[in-house]
Design a protein around this ligand. Structure first.
Ligand code: FE
Length: 353
């Protein structure tokens, strides 16, 4: 509640600043509004993962930010705020959540040649309502000691009885797993995806629990041999200077890119992305911010600090990411993943993942 009040206050302040600016412009005849702008962000991304981008942008442009971190309840909040929402930019970590917001009709259609050029068509909305800013692969991580390099090749293999009692995962209903399963529904159909999920659950070493990093910790502790994980967590663990035990977790596992064989569909990936609210009072500044995020500087920071893959094909991934090796991504449009999210959730409920 405090934050809401704070943001409302900021917005008033911004309006006052704008009025003053307009007054100044009428005197001077020039316009430099970008320098005096504040952008309000609602983010389902952890603040520490977004802050480096914001700090760099502020240093370069003078534009400042108010960020409200909403792990849950973003959609409900935006519905209740309606047109009066103080938010300008919405940032999320998963295509299904981005798509859910898009279906509420809250995003402006952003016509930006820069965004179109920086972001390949498959990572953005056809109607220009949202834009992918990074990709992450949901890979398998396997024990470096207990799993051979060619033992696991495909996501489908995890339902094979050979992995009985050897798999750890977080809950199926987490958006990362739901999206992964939705991609399987899109490719194989609901029945085959259900069968796979049943096999996966039958092979688990323990009930689904914890976050992605907790699975690597369990492999380190010898409780299981294989887990599903978003790639950037591997980088974040390996280079964690505060919680140094996580470096040991990273050392205990190896990344396996799945479904890489000839004619196979490729590794499942998801995106983080953003949209600009139709009701935004800072539309132009918000577009410029997204353009910057999709450009060389924003993409490099995402890659070097968060270990995420750039969406912009002209930006090279960070050295650490490159060391994991290259892979072929599943070409399924991310919007198809969002379309099958409900079916995936039904399967998760039915199978107890
Ligand atoms: Fe995450």
């Amino acid at each position: 509640m405090m934050t809401r009040i704070a943001m409302t206050h900021y917005r008033k302040a911004t309006k006052q600043a704008l009025i003053m600016l307009i007054a100044m412009v009428s005197f001077t005849g020039s316009f430099g509004s970008a320098e005096a702008t504040e952008i309000n962000i609602y983010s389902s991304r952890s603040p520490e993962l977004v802050q480096p981008m914001l700090d760099a942008y502020t240093a370069e442009t003078g534009v400042t930010f108010n960020i409200l971190y909403l792990a849950k309840g973003m959609a409900q909040r935006l519905v209740s705020e309606g047109e009066a929402s103080p938010a300008d930019v919405i940032m999320t970590v998963d295509i299904a959540r981005l798509s859910e917001l898009d279906h509420m009709g809250i995003f402006a259609a952003v016509d930006s040649p820069i965004l179109r050029s920086n972001i390949p068509a498959k990572w953005r909305d056809d109607d220009h309502h949202w834009f992918g800013l990074t990709t992450r692969a949901r890979v398998a991580v396997v024990s470096i000691d207990r799993v051979q390099s060619d033992e696991l090749m495909r996501l489908e293999d995890l339902a094979d009885p050979r992995w009985q009692g050897r798999i750890c995962t977080r809950a199926g209903s987490h958006p990362y797993n739901r999206a992964l399963l939705a991609s399987l529904v899109a490719h194989l159909g609901e029945d085959a995806a259900t069968e796979w999920a049943q096999g996966l659950v039958a092979n688990m070493a323990r009930k689904p629990q914890g976050n992605d990093r907790a699975q690597a910790s369990a492999i380190f502790a010898g409780r299981c041999d294989v887990a599903l994980m978003n790639t950037y967590y591997y980088g974040l663990m390996k280079h964690n200077l505060e919680k140094t035990e996580q470096q040991d977790w990273a050392k205990a596992v190896r990344i396996v890119f799945l479904n890489q064989g000839d004619g196979d569909r490729g590794q499942h990936v998801n995106i983080t992305g953003a949209g600009i609210l139709d009701s935004s009072q800072n539309y132009d500044a918000s577009v410029q911010f997204l353009e910057w995020l999709s450009g060389p500087k924003g993409q490099s920071i995402y890659s070097s600090i968060n270990y995420e893959y750039p969406v912009n094909p002209r930006v090279m991934p960070d050295e650490e990411i490159a060391s994991w090796g290259s892979f072929r991504a599943d070409d399924l449009p991310v919007s198809d993943i969002a379309d099958h999210a409900d079916t995936a959730q039904r399967i998760i409920n039915k199978t107890g993942w």
